[in-house]
Design a protein around this ligand. Structure first.
Ligand code: 7RM
Length: 656
């Protein structure tokens, strides 16, 4: 975040109380009611979660222990048997919801489709049988690389139904990135589409899958299932590739949900960290089901009559938890939209809200900032009066964007639910109960019941005051990640050792800096590690550096985030070249393309600057802090005494 954003957040003092009409009908109606819930959960977290698990979910067999905590490894609802696909589908069929819309889908070229709970159930069962016919068994991992079409949700639910963990890879990732993830997960099957519509282009998904699998690149993959979406010409490898519609047609719709152990792997989702390779974040079944169910219900105050829309892509955790599992477990109507706002259709979000009468809308600050730029005449030309709650996620929201969202989109009538959470946390951790907690623009406010959050120093001591500290969680929660796939050591060192455990107290380290104000409100300030956020998408600086260095011309690369008004941060790369290459605009273009090929379009550097040398400490560590200053066009701040060669700095600045 830029300095000015941080300053404007620090100075933000406004308080917005929940509208009385909203509070009156909400699940939790006042600060007092929230505090009662919070205190109850804190006094006996296991009883709190067990009561909810019993009330809110269907179990094939009850657990015998609520929490088995052998730090840093947690098991929730031990020996319980459950299936999240059953909770999202089957159990609604015996109620009036059977013919309620489960998924409303709006396609990018203007096509649309609605699936009732009964119809979605049928499709999921058929597809589950299709996968079984291809030899997919309980425990086998399945890669999903899809556009935002109903089949993506169907595939996820079908995997969950037969106990085959899914690993969804965002369709914007390149063949290389896809390959790495499929290899790590040892996927047996890949589900994809011929192509996907994205910002007036078609992305060649199947072609990327072919590239990822070429030369036996992912030996574990036996079959590829292809949805026909764009109808472009693609290669179908005989014996390996099958059309979704061919197999779906003949498949039986009878497929009982497999009773899964609470702690059976539900999915792996890769996310970036400080080091080079993405981590496979592991989520299991029972606790994740409960946690996404409760946070969806209470924080979005979700009612049976609501049309609920989360604009995320299913390739991210927000799509998993808040398009598919949380809403459907609650029997909600979840809207899925294939498009993204773009200059050729700048009002598309407002059209969708008007068309379907959306009541709850959940999006990201980067999208809100884009809309601000596009102008308020666009939302003002649409009827947005159906909206009753607005959510935000992905990065700190600057108060200006918050106030615009509140005023222009919410007409000052809708509570704003700023949700702080992560891929690793499974669901919302800090966010206002919309009928209870007065909001402050830029603050995610107070933790969910059962979440013991704090801001501490490196010794684990709570810190107060404006300088803040590290955001930590001090007690396990049902939605937490259970492991890093295939790498328990990395799980331990990444999340549980930054702040050393003491006297049996473990600290989950979120990687975010934060401060807590006098009202106990949390203000998340952004990452404290080498993770940058481009339009709310997490990228490791090391990942981008490795991609650059894999190009023959690059000797060394250092990547930092540069503050950007719309994207939050953009990628700024400093590059030193191998002796026989010289700087040129052509080379800059080539390097940008190379990064896109290695990782995907989200990682395309905004700027590349060639330099003779990078600023390093005497022990050879690149001083990114200085590069961040230079990228931002600021004075180089703070201590530079550890710099090995001070002239490097002058040269770099000279180029600024
Ligand atoms: C859900 C998601 C996680 C990182 C997290 C933060 C940042 C997310 C907020 C936020 C301030 C928020 N998962 N972040 N939400 N910062 N306020 N409401 O985004 O794994 O992709 O990213 O995103 O830095 O650590 S994620």
């Amino acid at each position: 975040m830029s300095q000015t954003t941080i300053e404007s957040i620090l100075q933000e003092k406004r308080l917005f109380s929940p509208p009385a009409e909203f509070s009156q009908q909400a699940y939790v109606r006042s600060v007092r009611e929230y505090e009662q819930l919070y205190d109850k959960a804190k006094a006996n977290p296991e009883r709190f979660w067990a009561e909810l698990a019993e009330q809110e979910l269907d179990w094939f067999q009850k657990w015998d222990t609520v929490l088995d905590w052998q730090p840093p490894f947690a098991k929730w609802f031990v020996n319980g048997k459950i299936n999240i696909s059953f909770n999202c589908l089957d159990r609604h069929l015996t109620t009036w919801r059977k013919n309620k819309a489960a998924l409303i889908w709006e396609g990018e070229p203007g096509d649309s489709r609605t699936l009732t709970y009964a119809q979605l159930h049928r499709e999921v069962c058929q597809f589950a049988n299709t996968m079984k016919q291809l030899g997919v068994q309980k425990g086998d991992r399945v890669g999903i690389y899809m556009p935002m079409i109903p089949e993506a949700a169907i595939a996820m639910l079908a995997c969950a139904r037969i106990g085959a963990p899914h690993s969804v890879v965002f369709g914007g990732f390149s063949a290389e990135a896809l390959k790495d993830r499929l290899v790590d997960a040892q996927a047996k099957l890949v589900i994809t589409a011929d192509g996907g519509y994205r910002k007036d282009n078609i992305i060649p998904l199947k072609e990327q899958v072919d590239r990822a699998l070429a030369d036996n690149g992912v030996p574990s993959v036996q079959n590829v299932l292809v949805v026909q979406r764009t109808k472009q010409q693609i290669h179908m490898e005989p014996g390996r590739d099958h059309w979704w519609h061919d197999l779906q047609q003949g498949a039986s719709a009878d497929c009982p949900a497999e009773p899964m152990d609470s702690e059976d792997l539900l999915f792996i989702l890769y996310t970036s960290g400080s080091t080079g390779t993405p981590k496979g974040v592991v989520h299991t079944t029972g606790g994740y089901n409960l946690y996404t169910h409760m946070t969806t219900k209470w924080l979005f105050d979700l009612k049976d009559t609501d049309v609920y829309w989360c604009t995320a892509d299913v390739g991210w955790i927000t799509g998993h938890s808040y398009i598919v599992y949380g809403p459907l477990s609650n029997g909600a109507t979840s809207l899925m939209y294939e498009g993204v706002p773009r200059p050729s259709n700048p009002g598309c979000f407002w059209d969708v809200i008007e068309k379907y009468g959306v009541n709850i809308f959940y999006t990201a600050p980067t999208a809100i900032r884009t809309f601000i730029k596009m102008g308020e005449h666009l939302p003002k030309a649409r009827d947005l009066s159906s909206l009753r709650l607005l959510g935000t996620v992905g990065e700190p929201i600057n108060p200006e964007a918050w106030v615009w969202y509140h005023r222009i989109i919410g007409n000052e009538r809708c509570p704003i639910v700023d949700t702080w959470w992560q891929t690793e946390t499974g669901g919302h951790m800090i966010a206002p109960f919309p009928g209870a907690i007065p909001t402050k623009p830029g603050s995610a406010t107070r933790p969910f019941p059962g979440i013991i959050a704090d801001v501490v120093d490196l010794d684990g001591n709570p810190v107060s005051g404006e300088e803040g500290g590290y955001l930590v969680i001090k007690h396990p929660w049902p939605g937490m990640l259970r492991n890093v796939y295939g790498n328990p050591e990395r799980y331990r060192s990444t999340y549980w050792e930054h702040i050393a455990p003491r006297d049996g107290q473990y600290f989950y380290f979120a990687g975010d800096g934060a401060r807590k104000d006098e009202d106990g409100y949390f203000w998340v300030m952004g990452r404290v590690d080498d993770v940058i956020s481009v339009s709310g998408h997490r990228l490791g600086t090391m990942e981008v550096e490795s991609a650059l260095v894999s190009h023959p011309s690059v000797a060394e690369a250092a990547v930092v985030g540069k503050p950007d008004e719309v994207m939050g941060e953009s990628i700024f790369a400093f590059v030193t070249l191998e002796g026989n290459y010289s700087p040129s605009d052509t080379l800059i273009d080539e390097l940008k393309k190379h990064v896109v090929k290695e990782i995907g379009a989200i990682a395309r550097p905004g700027e590349i600057r060639f330099t003779d040398a990078l600023p390093k400490t005497r022990s050879g560590k690149i001083m990114r802090r200085l590069l961040r200053n230079i990228a931002a066009g600021q004075e180089v701040a703070g201590d530079t005494s550890t710099l090995e060669d001070r002239s490097v700095l002058d040269k770099l600045r000279g180029g600024a």
